[in-house]
Write a protein that binds this ligand. Structure first.
Ligand code: FAD
Ligand code: SF4
Ligand code: SF4
Ligand code: SF4
Ligand code: SF4
Length: 420
């Protein structure tokens, strides 16, 4: 019997599963579905090409192996999809592979009662970062001098972004460039800016945290490193082992040491990148002016709101004519101020509001910079626990009804215990 905190090397017993490492994640998902622990799996699969990732809700266990493998250019956030299109997993049980930011988004939505985590098994994936699809294509053409369409595999390993491709003679080639080198140039290559700042490398909020860091010795490249993070995770692992869907062994002591060192190094790098990127924004009035200048190219398309896991209000304040003139482009700076005021304490730095902004406004950088300041002030760390941020005390529908009924403008009634 396993328990929270236990660690294993795990690998699939199925020859159908061609996993990124040991294929354990695919086996866990398949086992959970086949044994009715869940009704469906929300997996990430290759879309139109290697640079495209798509979410797919799978209900047939035989289909699960098709989603094996890691896609480093996918820029999805599954939690918002579960909230938007699956009634917050209230009506069905699902298992979902999640990177750190995905797991954080699940927590933020769950604490606001928008997702029912009791019905969700989160299979965490360690994450060194993702590369935006367009950046990946440009970077491969420019720095690797390779046609992006000839690439058939990409991976991030040992600090390198590595591609496998067919050259002009149809020969299989392999090329890697250090991510540090890619990121130090002026072109903005390498991982997404928010990934460079990320400090959620091993997602222990999930039920199991899986990765390749720490797989050492004869199992190197053939096993998945699994850390058990909850009772639900332990139950799934035990059940999969009992059914011979996966095999496990104890991790090598050297592997444990390496995994710890890599995680520490990645956290330091995240902190260093935060300092550098936030310093670029300046401070105080200078920062505000920079934000006003950069948001002045906003076209008010609302993609930042649509894709932010924290923004889900039925009646968004930015759409109210008495707050924002709905006929003006760019929208008044108040459009952005509203978002800052409503969600900066809970921003999980997923980067979606920046990635999907058609005007390349560094929205996530602005918001994350504020979140880090607010965390220093109030000690609230979003995405890691179920602790409620101040604004989440106001459950929207009830709160609106109360405000309407009482004529009050105090939205923090629950926080202060009584209306003041
Ligand atoms: P598989 O059996 O191959 O299953 C992989 C699962 O991941 C599938 O269910 C698939 O749907 C899902 N998936 C694929 N792409 C994504 C995506 N973009 N977002 C969410 N789910 C996805 N491990 C480390 O130890 N260090 C790292 O630096 C690291 N970086 C990673 C970066 C990314 C973007 C991803 C997706 C994974 C990363 N991993 C990292 C985890 C590692 O690549 C393997 O996914 C993990 O070891 C499990 O291996 P497996 O063979 O058991 O997985
Ligand atoms: Fe991975 Fe963090 Fe980037 Fe999310 S924000 S993709 S967890 S590095
Ligand atoms: Fe403005 Fe960009 Fe948000 Fe669209 S996504 S509303 S352009 S900031
Ligand atoms: Fe993600 Fe942007 Fe929302 Fe922050 S503000 S949680 S980076 S979408
Ligand atoms: Fe709109 Fe604010 Fe709700 Fe986001 S949090 S959807 S900006 S009202």
């Amino acid at each position: 019997m396993s328990a929270k905190g236990d660690m294993f090397y795990a690998w699939t017993t199925s020859s159908d599963i061609k996993g990124e490492c040991g294929g354990a994640v695919t086996s866990f998902l398949q086992h959970a579905l086949a044994n009715k622990m869940v009704d469906a799996v929300l997996a990430v699969r290759r879309g139109a090409d290697l640079y495209d990732a798509k979410l797919e809700l799978i209900t047939d266990p035989a289909e699960i192996p098709k989603a094996a493998g890691s896609l480093h250019c996918g820029t999805l956030l599954s939690a918002k999809m579960v909230k938007k299109y699956m009634n917050g997993a209230n009506d069905l049980k699902i298992a979902v592979p999640v990177k750190g930011c995905d797991a954080m988004a699940f927590y933020e939505l769950a604490k606001r009662t928008q997702i029912n985590l009791d019905n969700v098994i989160l299979i965490g994936l360690n994450c060194g970062g993702t590369v935006s699809p367009i950046t990946a294509r440009d970077m491969i053409a420019d720095k690797y001098e390779v046609d992006p369409d000839s690439v058939f595999k990409e991976e991030i390993d040992k600090g390198q972004f590595i591609i496998d491709y067919n050259d002009a003679d149809g020969k299989h080639q392999h090329k890697g460039i250090a991510i540090d080198k890619l990121e130090e140039g002026p072109e903005g290559y390498g991982r997404r800016m928010n990934c460079q700042r990320c400090k959620c490398k091993i997602p222990r909020q999930a039920d199991l945290a899986c990765g390749n860091w720490g797989v050492f010795g004869e199992k190197s490249g053939k096993a998945t490193f699994v850390e058990v993070c909850s009772e639900k995770g332990a139950a799934l692992l035990d059940s999969a082992v009992k059914a011979h869907a996966v095999e496990v062994c104890a991790p090598e002591p050297k592997g444990l040491e390496i995994r710890g060192k890599v995680e520490t190094a990645m956290l330091k790098l995240g902190e260093k990148n935060r300092t550098r990127q936030f310093a670029g924004l300046g401070e105080g009035r200078e920062r505000l002016q920079k934000m006003m200048k950069l948001t002045s190219r906003c076209i008010g398309c609302r993609a930042c709101i649509e894709n932010c896991p924290i923004c889900y209000c039925v009646e968004c304040s930015t759409a109210k004519p008495h707050l924002i003139d709905q006929n003006r482009v760019p929208p008044d700076f108040m459009f952005h101020l509203i978002r800052f005021a409503h969600i900066a304490d809970s921003c999980i730095n997923c980067g979606q509001c920046q990635e999907l902004c058609p005007m390349d406004i560094p929205n996530a950088l602005f918001m994350h910079a504020q979140q880090v300041e607010l965390e220093k002030m109030f000690g609230h760390k979003p995405g890691y626990t179920m602790e409620l941020p101040v604004l989440a005390f106001a459950e929207e529908a009830n709160e609106r009804a109360r405000l309407h009924a009482t004529g009050s403008d105090m939205i923090y009634e629950n926080v202060f215990g009584e209306e003041k």
